[in-house]
Design a protein around this ligand. Structure first.
Ligand SMILES: Cc1cc2nc3c(=O)[nH]c(=O)nc-3n(C[C@H](O)[C@H](O)[C@H](O)COP(=O)(O)OP(=O)(O)OC[C@H]3O[C@@H](n4cnc5c(N)ncnc54)[C@H](O)[C@@H]3O)c2cc1C
Length: 324
């Protein structure tokens, strides 16, 4: 495997990895973004009909205008925007290349992917959290009818669907599947639909539940999944329901094993927040920076595109000082 020399390696071509690439380009640094999937792979895997809760101006990177048909853009418009930013700025991005490990060297790091080896002075980790779902850890979860991502409603028409969770993703999926002719039951661990559910969607789901169009079991959890039914533990005892698909939208978590390979330490308060200096975004490992939603550890709601796009400039300012 040949070794390539770089100033900066950015891991992850999500919106924030792309923002970091724009900064590197402006500073004339020799950089490469390495992305294990497609460009903006997390957004690519979002539901086909999703609409962002942010207005398009809040998703802009480096002040490059993001024009959308309505104030809040769709997934397709966001893909178009980040694609266009990438191609028109001729950013150096290697897609479908998975970074596997790091080694510290005298002048920086060796970054090893499944395709190549890089010697680099600095590393920016912008790997997000969307690749590892929080599992239910119950019998039957490994059945093929159990899904942790929701794409579109069509396959669920005329089917009995259990949706686990009451966050934005669960509520959007429940409403869409109900409106495409699926028989939806929500199983919710807490006693209500989440407070963070988009304010214009919340009344819709609450009304559908109240009128009985969508069934919901609160303070409840699925305890077993079988090929044709599920068992739900409710405050009134266990019940069994016929079931064709379980869509468990119970959140996702960062790849902590990957951070451990880079020797990034995590907070010990249960939130597993990676250790970094908020003024520079440099982690506890000198020369390795963190950017985007990865910075929140298990607090995956803390950072999003709107409030983490700023990380790119903060990191570039610090790298500029240390490379000069
Ligand atoms: C349904 C939904 C709606 C949302 N709506 C909004 C919104 O309205 N406004 C908002 O601001 N935020 C929103 N968010 C959150 C937002 O999408 C994320 O905050 C954003 O994607 C974070 O960008 P990122 O670049 O940090 O991480 P990501 O976009 O997750 O990018 C990380 C990238 O790293 C890659 N990667 C991971 N590991 C490796 C590896 N080992 N080697 C190479 N590549 C790797 C991944 O494939 C991925 O492409 C929403 C999220 C969801 C799920």
């Amino acid at each position: 495997m040949n070794t390539t020399q770089k100033d900066v390696i950015i891991i992850g071509a999500g919106p924030i990895g792309i923002a970091c690439a724009l900064e590197c380009k402006k500073h004339n640094w020799d950089y490469t973004v390495i992305e294990k999937g497609a460009l903006t792979n997390s957004l690519f895997n979002y539901p086909l009909n999703m609409t962002f809760f942010s207005t398009s101006d809040k998703l802009e990177i480096d002040d490059i205008p993001f024009i959308s048909n309505n104030p809040k853009p769709t997934r397709n418009e966001a893909l178009e925007y980040y694609r266009r930013v990438t191609t028109s700025n001729k950013l150096n991005i290697n897609l479908f290349e998975n970074v596997q490990t790091f080694e510290k060297t005298a002048n920086g790091f060796t970054v090893i992917s499944d395709k190549a080896k890089y010697e680099t002075k600095k590393v920016i980790i912008a790997t997000g959290f969307y690749d590892i779902p929080n599992l239910l850890n119950i019998p039957g979860e490994d059945l093929p009818k159990v899904l942790h991502y929701y794409k579109e409603a069509h396959p669920y028409t005329l089917q009995n669907i259990a949706i686990v969770g009451a966050s934005n993703s669960s509520v959007d999926a429940a409403l869409e599947i109900y409106r495409k002719g699926g028989n939806v039951t929500m199983i919710v661990r807490s006693d209500a639909i989440g407070e963070r559910v988009k304010y214009w969607v919340r009344p819709d789901i609450i009304n559908r539940i109240e009128e009985g169009s969508i069934k919901a079991y609160f303070n409840s959890e699925i305890t077993e999944i079988e090929p044709e039914e599920i068992t739900i533990k409710t405050p009134n005892g266990n019940i069994k329901l016929p079931n064709d698909f379980v869509i468990a939208l119970t959140g996702y978590r960062p790849n902590f094993k990957f951070l451990a390979k880079a020797r990034i330490e995590l907070s010990k308060d249960g939130k597993q927040i990676p250790i970094y200096n908020a003024d520079t975004m440099e982690s506890n490992v000198k020369g390795i920076y963190l950017a985007g939603v990865i910075c929140g550890g298990l607090e995956t709601h803390k950072w999003f595109i709107e409030n983490s796009r700023i990380h790119a400039k903060t990191i570039a300012n610090h790298i500029e000082k240390s490379l000069s």
